[in-house]
Design a protein around this ligand. Sequence first.
Ligand code: HEM
Length: 127
Amino acid sequence: MISGRVLQGVVSAHLLAIAGQPVFAGVYLSGDFDALRLHAAGANIVTSIGYLQVIVAVVVWVRLRRYWPFVVSLGVVIAETVQYFAGQDGALWLHIPLGVITVVAVVVQFIAIWQRPPRRTEETARA
Ligand code: HEM
């Protein structure tokens, strides 16, 4: 059960971190070049939380026998990794649409993990 709670905490932190990214990008595009530094720092925080989320999701899979959090966490972290390199390369044709998709994916994960927190049931305990 505790691993489910930890996952909820990590996904919440993930959402908080990624929500800042379009804001910093917008401030940067408005002409405040310092905001790119905040966006770059945010990118490191977002991807670090993403990888942490994958590790916690593995623990949830092993302990609670729920694998869907791992599958969705892995999908998001792959998208974020592509996003990171697209940002560094200035490939905005990819970076901006993928950024929007990634933010939406984390919002959906947040809703799913709070609506249906992974917990051990009799059925999963027997498996
Ligand atoms: C809707 C969301 C996002 C938007 C609109 C956005 C937009 C931008 C823009 C406009 C740039 C500047 C590119 C340039 O000047 O060539 C940039 C750079 C960058 N972005 Fe994003 N971004 C978003 C989300 C993210 C996320 C989620 C990550 C991390 C996973 C990320 C990582 C980066 C990195 C590493 C850079 C390069 C920073 C540097 O040059 O120091 N971005 N982004």
